[in-house]
Ligand binder design. Sequence first.
Ligand SMILES: [Zn+2]
Length: 260
Amino acid sequence: MEVTHLLAPNPGPYTGPGTNTWILDSDGDVVIVDPGEIIDSHAERIVAEVGGRTVTGVLVTHTHVDHAPLANPLAGDLDVPAIGYAPGPMFEPDLRVGEGDTIAFGSETLTVLHTPGHADDHLCFVVGTEMFTGDHIMGGSTVMIQDLSAYMTQLERMRDIVLTRLFPGHGPTIENPHEVIDHYIDHRREREEQILGAIRAGRGTVGDIVQLVYSDVGTELHPLAAFSVGAHVRKLVDDGKVEFSETEDLWDGIVHLITT
Ligand SMILES: [Zn+2]
């Protein structure tokens, strides 16, 4: 398989240098992963790069707006299916795929993994020992997480897959997948310990926890940190370690340690 990278021109705080669009080629058959936002110049670059090759489908890793909206119009232009887990904002799959489904192209088979965590509808795609990770694992930045319990489960199971290279939705290609996966797991566990420590020390709200655990980052990043603490606290609820009374403003949510 040959992999070509096209960087979408949408850099920003959530997208880093921009969204990575990947073009996978096996014997002249092509699959496109994550065309990104609707940006005409990017769509034109993708079509030009594909050239006269046969396209099997346009895949999206998840339906966040920096990954999926161009999929339907591009798939329409190329007369191939847009493929994803479920409909989402600005995305309507022609073909829905989930855990264990396969897509053949050229002499390769792409296997779909359903990997909720960053988003409920998140997929990763494995071809041989290479994986297209979307925002489940990013090159050189941390991931915003919606459901941390699910996210950790998915990271843990990736330890058991033989992987030699990761192609993320943002940032550079990852050549040491297992080191990075272990680092992601360790980082989250450390954070969880710090947050539990803060709760044990009597920090009663999400805001209190942020101010203690994220004292080293600027206050302008605290709303983002609160989002992360919220994800951790919800996992601690799943684990039976704390009670969480959420409030309209996440910052004021009240956390109680469960003592047995
Ligand atoms: Zn993204």
